[in-house]
Design a protein around this ligand. Structure first.
Ligand SMILES: Cc1cc2nc3c(=O)[nH]c(=O)nc-3n(C[C@H](O)[C@H](O)[C@H](O)COP(=O)(O)OP(=O)(O)OC[C@H]3O[C@@H](n4cnc5c(N)ncnc54)[C@H](O)[C@@H]3O)c2cc1C
Length: 394
């Protein structure tokens, strides 16, 4: 029996595991946590919506055959010469075939102090940390009425920054009421270095998203570069600084550093180069997908790191590692852009679906529908029925 490992149970790895489970191809899935995280919904968890466990799916609910093994551990090294995986618990696993889907980490672009002095939204733990940190600031304000406690800076106005800002803005009125704070004292600044927010959607929808955010009370600052962060202070290009007790960085991602450390050919964002079959250009026994992979579209442009592409890659990763094991022809990966939807709070949003622009409540509903579609894709009717009451909001 071939020793096949899937590393990471995110959008790419979990889907690969589900597909391998379906065809009874034996494999071991190694993931840091015993659950798959619905990362695209983490802003909801950070913004105080629902209980945090609503945003996870147990791995044992996804892969159930005897041929599928789950190991909860952190991969700390990939020795490609010896074909050995090293893990945090001190285990070593010999492999014959690998699927690597270890996702992403925050990119700080070398901005001094940013890593040390900001929160990030990367996984369930960091989502809970953001939620608890903001609530602690509100709770402490009564005894120490420092306005910095009520100021939140979200750095980055891409998908994550906008969705998080929108969600927090909807939470702030009830949080203020809970701690007897006048809402007008609370401030949220969303700071973006580029001239625009949400670069992946059309110009008119961007202005619509900007309007929604400002209507909800955000101070939206584009063309504003963060040059340094010190404790409770964000320094901007031009000399201005903003004092805030909550500083959250959402401005960039790069691939899991394990890929670079293992000596793969990587791009400037640390993504490992693969061929059209999602097979590493450095090793035919290794397939790589999701945000860890450097995949180019038909025009030679790298695909953006998104859950929709990671999920699509999951199917091909499973098919191709199984085909490689059984010496069958491999299948080429073709990305299908179904559109992008950005929520701006629980009910409204903007985006496009199959090229059709949607905004307001329609976009909010479309976003809800996409959650259910994903649950169905990954866990069929059983999982959809189990999780729907927890994650559906309309
Ligand atoms: C708030 C937010 C909103 C987003 N919204 C959207 C959206 O609307 N649409 C969209 O397409 N994309 C969205 N994204 C981006 C999307 O979440 C990522 O592109 C996607 O998660 C990438 O999938 P992945 O499988 O590569 O990695 P991940 O989903 O990050 O999975 C990586 C997995 O590897 C595990 N892992 C990591 N390191 C190790 C290790 N050393 N050992 C063992 N296990 C490890 C992790 O625990 C995790 O399970 C959003 C992201 C955020 C943060």
């Amino acid at each position: 029996m071939a020793k096949t490992f899937v590393l990471g149970a995110g959008y790419a790895g979990a889907m690969a595991a589900v597909q391998l489970d379906k065809i009874a191809e034996p494999f071991t899935l190694i993931n840091k946590t015993p659950y798959h995280t619905l990362v695209t919904l983490l802003h909801e968890a950070a913004g105080g919506r629902g209980t945090p466990t609503n945003y996870t799916v147990n791995l044992s609910d996804l892969v159930r055959r005897e041929t599928s093994n789950i190991v909860i551990d952190e991969v700390t090294g990939i020795d490609r010469e010896k074909r050995v995986l090293k893990t945090r618990s001190g285990q070593e696993h010999e492999y014959e075939w690998l699927v690597i889907a270890l996702g992403w980490v925050s990119e700080y672009f070398g901005i001094p102090g940013l890593k040390e002095h900001s929160l990030v939204l990367n996984d369930l733990d960091t989502a809970i940390q953001i939620r608890e940190h903001i609530e602690q600031q509100f709770a402490a304000y009564k005894d120490d009425p420092n306005p910095e406690r009520l100021r939140i800076v979200v750095g980055g106005a891409g998908l994550t920054g906008v969705e998080l800002a929108g969600e927090l803005l909807d939470w702030l009125p009830s949080l203020s009421a809970k701690y007897g704070i006048d809402r007008s004292l609370v401030e949220l600044q969303n700071i973006e270095a580029m001239s625009t927010i949400l670069p992946m959607i059309s110009e008119s929808l961007r202005s619509e998203a900007a309007r929604m955010l400002t209507e909800k009370g955000a101070i939206l600052r584009t063309n504003t570069k963060i040059v340094e962060v010190t404790e409770n202070e964000v320094h901007l290009e031009g000399g201005e600084s903003v004092k805030a007790r909550t500083i959250i960085w959402t401005g960039g991602v790069r691939a899991n550093p394990l890929l670079t450390e293992a000596g793969f050919t990587v791009d400037r964002r640390g993504r490992a180069k693969v061929n059209e079959y999602l097979q590493s250009v450095d090793d035919p026994r290794i397939f790589i997908g999701g945000d860890s992979a450097w995949v180019e579209d038909e025009n030679g442009r790298p695909l953006p790191p998104t859950a929709q592409y990671a999920t699509q890659m999951g199917y091909v990763l499973a098919a191709n590692v199984s085909s490689a094991i059984h010496r069958q022809p491999l299948r080429a990966f073709h990305a299908h852009n179904m559109g992008t939807l950005a929520s701006v709070g629980p009910e409204v949003g903007v985006g496009n679906m199959f090229g059709i622009p949607v905004k307001g409540l329609a976009a909010g509903l479309a976003k809800e529908a996409s959650k259910l579609k994903y649950l169905y894709q990954i866990g069929g009717l059983r999982l959809t029925a189990q999780k729907t009451p927890e994650i559906a909001h309309f």
